[in-house]
Design a protein around this ligand. Structure first.
Ligand code: NAP
Length: 347
């Protein structure tokens, strides 16, 4: 039987890779797209225009996390076997600027979907895109599924709320709900206002002579960075098991923003010269040919998550999931892709 899946957030980084993965597995994929003043489907255009995927196998539906009535209707109409709930305001730093939208979309909308699922008269499996930000400032590293929640930003609070609700609905109502507690995962499709993409785009544009300055925040910040296409495989695997559980999805290796920047610029043959403690305003070339970077305090967050590095042993044991691409390797492939794009644009 052909399986069908609904992806909220199909136009995002993860949603686009997940759509590719599910289509390759033979699924019919339904995607929720929200109305915007301009089309926002560039990450999935290749699936819709290549002629290889028939329109019946990839169907887009207008909807919005802030309109739960239409989501309920959509669930009834589509009757998916699996729901991958990836949509929401996903930027941690921005969650300090738009906390209510962040909490509404990442917290309350997840609750709304869980409630809608309870009312369905057929079984459905639900994946919730949780985040390492639920741990925020953890007491120990690495973190695993048993680590206590301690979020330090509105985004982490909302994800913690939704993660706990999935646990409650699982035990109280027997709902098949699973949270993937994912650490940062990047790709050439990462949004341009995330630090990794800012760095790799900056490197590509500086190399192409199209950008002079790159302002970065706290370069000492450490992250457990993986590669998004590997993470969407785990999302799918998490819904193929007999019993739903939460899984930490992480590489287990941490890399600083500074190291990430060095790797990205080095991939394009550019050296970085660090001044003082940090790195910051990129763009000025020294007499040695290196690019100087300086820290811009505007990009510091009111509170930083610390020591976020994950232990994905459970996912490895139960799902057989073992990510291969980490930290500097992610930086290199992103910088390469961004520079290739720059060259294409330049003709
Ligand atoms: P992303 O690229 O920012 O994509 C977010 C998606 O949500 C987009 O498709 C966006 O639509 C959609 N969306 C936002 N608000 C919406 C609304 N009100 N109604 C309907 N759709 C809405 O994020 P991502 O990197 O793919 O991440 C996917 C999920 O995993 C997110 O929930 C994120 O918080 C979580 N997560 C990501 C990471 C990571 O490192 N990438 C780590 C942990 C957890 P538009 O295209 O129209 O903006």
């Amino acid at each position: 039987m052909i399986k069908s899946a609904l992806i909220t957030g199909i136009t995002g980084q993860d949603g686009s890779y997940l759509a590719e993965h599910l289509l390759a597995q033979g699924y019919t994929v339904h995607g929720l797209v929200r109305r915007a003043s301009m089309f926002n489907r560039s990450r999935i255009d290749h699936l819709r225009t290549g002629g290889q995927i028939s329109p019946e196998r990839l169907v887009l539906h207008y909807g919005d996390l802030n309109d739960l009535t239409s989501l309920r209707r959509l669930l009834k109409q589509v009757a998916p076997a699996e729901i991958y709930h990836l949509a929401g305001q996903s930027h941690v730093g921005l969650s300090f600027e738009i906390p209510e939208v962040t909490v509404q979309e990442n917290g309350m909308a997840t609750l709304g979907l869980l409630e809608a699922m309870r009312d369905l008269d057929y079984p459905v499996r639900f994946y919730h895109a949780a985040s390492a930000e639920i741990f925020g400032a953890p007491a120990a590293a690495p973190q695993n599924e048993a680590t206590a929640f301690n979020p330090v930003n509105p985004y982490g609070c909302a994800k913690a709320f939704a993660t706990q609700l999935c646990r409650v609905y699982r035990s109280a109502y027997g709902v098949f709900a699973c949270s993937g507690i994912a650490y940062n995962h990047e790709s050439p499709r990462r949004g341009e206002n995330f630090v990794t993409r800012k760095i790799t785009l900056g490197a590509a544009r500086i190399k192409a002579g199209r950008q002079a300055v790159l302002a970065l925040g706290n370069l000492a910040g450490q992250r457990d960075w993986g590669y998004a296409p590997e993470y969407v495989v785990a999302m799918w695997q998490a819904l193929q098991v007999a019993t739903p559980r939460d899984y930490v999805l992480a590489t287990g290796k941490s890399c600083s923003i500074r190291e990430f920047a060095i790797a990205a610029f080095a991939e394009l043959g550019l050296g970085l010269k660090f001044e003082g403690e940090g790195v910051a305003e990129v763009g000025r070339r020294t007499d040695t040919g290196a690019v100087v970077v300086q820290v811009d305090p505007r990009f510091f967050r009111p509170a930083e998550s610390t020591h976020l590095v994950g232990d994905a042993s459970l996912a490895r044991q139960e799902l057989g999931w073992a990510p291969q691409v980490t930290g500097a390797a992610v930086a290199r492939l992103m910088a390469k892709a961004d520079f290739a794009h720059e060259q294409k644009v330049a003709g």
